[in-house]
Design a protein around this ligand. Structure first.
Ligand SMILES: O=C(O)CCC(=O)C(=O)O
Ligand SMILES: [Fe+2]
Length: 331
């Protein structure tokens, strides 16, 4: 197992446009499929720390408060979710708590869910897709002050940088991966979708375990592009050498990926693989607790940038249908 420094560029370089060899190194056939962005806006470090600290406050609220934030009718894909997703051994996952938000506020600040559509709209009726169309909930302001305001700010910042990552990926995919790829597809999805999702994670201390992927089993995200913060641990250390985020590279090698605290990482998901007809591969990854630090918790934020529900992602399925098929496997 190698510890590799992923391709890292500054926000300025990203805005100016990355050269082909950098894009190739980050996303090409021999890559990890992840890029790290440094020199972020000055407010980023404090915002990250506040939001990730709030994740611990939220996860340790009394169970009767947390149950008010559970949305069973939304398939637990809005609000609080713990013990609802299955692990690979078919047991329910209590190792982590997730708090999900719909990110439609990035397109229109007044929205906490996508605008409703009906069958008379040209996009169709998606009222049964409750996991995507339900309104966000937030913990009571007096119990976790500033939670809503700060997490929305951080998500908006991540999606805005995701837009610049997308512009670079679009050019690379069109020129070198799939000439039929729709021009500017990813940048349009990232900047205009009402269906992107954020997941604030709290991994509870892992206790005894023998599994290599005890905190989060190996998977590919079903987003187009996922933005990830560097994780915050309860002992204020970084991931260290034997815990944290691991990626399976394009040639099957397991690689430990370090995201420095003042940086953001972006990795590609399976919807983009689908849209690029298999050319731009999704990144298999998992999260492991450190064997030498079993008593620490880990917090992070993932933002899954993905299409509106009516957008076709292959010849047969729109994103709603595609996503339903994938999610059914996990619940
Ligand atoms: O915890 C992490 O670093 C990654 C989380 C993740 O892979 C996910 O939520 O899909
Ligand atoms: Fe993931």
């Amino acid at each position: 197992m190698r510890n590799i420094k992923p391709v890292t560029v500054s926000l300025k370089q990203l805005h100016e446009g990355l050269d082909d060899s950098t894009l190739q190194e980050a996303f090409g056939p021999d890559s990890l499929g992840i890029i790290v962005i440094k020199d972020l806006p000055a407010e980023y470090p404090k915002l990250r720390e506040t939001v990730l600290t709030n994740s611990s406050k939220l996860a340790n609220l009394p169970s009767e408060v947390l149950s008010q934030l559970e949305k069973e009718d939304a398939f637990w894909l809005i609000g609080w979710s713990r013990g609802k997703e299955k692990l690979k051994n078919d047991k329910y996952d209590y190792n982590k708590g997730s708090f999900y938000l719909n990110c439609s506020f990035h397109v229109d600040d007044s929205l906490e869910c996508p605008p409703p559509t009906t069958s008379s709209d040209k996009t169709g009726d998606f009222s049964s897709y409750k996991g995507y169309i339900s309104e966000n909930v937030y913990p009571p302001e007096d119990l976790v002050p500033g939670f809503k305001d700060q997490i929305k700010k951080l998500i908006n910042l991540i999606i805005t940088i995701g837009e610049s990552v997308a512009v670079n990926c679009d050019r690379y995919i069109k020129e070198t991966v799939d000439t039929e790829y729709p021009e500017g597809y990813l940048a349009r999805i990232v900047s205009t979708s009402y269906s992107s999702k954020a997941r604030l994670l709290h991994y509870y201390p892992a206790q005894e375990t023998t599994d290599d992927d005890d905190w989060c089993g190996e998977h590919v995200d079903h987003s187009c592009l996922t933005g990830l913060t560097s994780a915050l641990y309860s002992d204020s250390q970084n991931d260290g050498d034997d815990g944290g985020l691991f990626i399976k590279s394009r040639n099957g090698e397991i690689v430990k990926v370090d995201i420095p605290p003042d940086c953001l990482a972006f990795q590609s998901g399976s919807t983009l693989e689908e849209v690029s007809k298999g050319g731009f591969k999704a990144v298999p990854h998992y999260v492991k607790s450190s064997p030498s630090r079993r008593d620490v918790s880990r917090n992070t934020l993932a933002v899954f940038m993905q299409p509106n529900l009516h957008e076709m992602v292959n010849d047969k399925e729109n994103f709603a249908q595609y996503s339903n098929r994938i999610l059914k496997k996990n619940h």
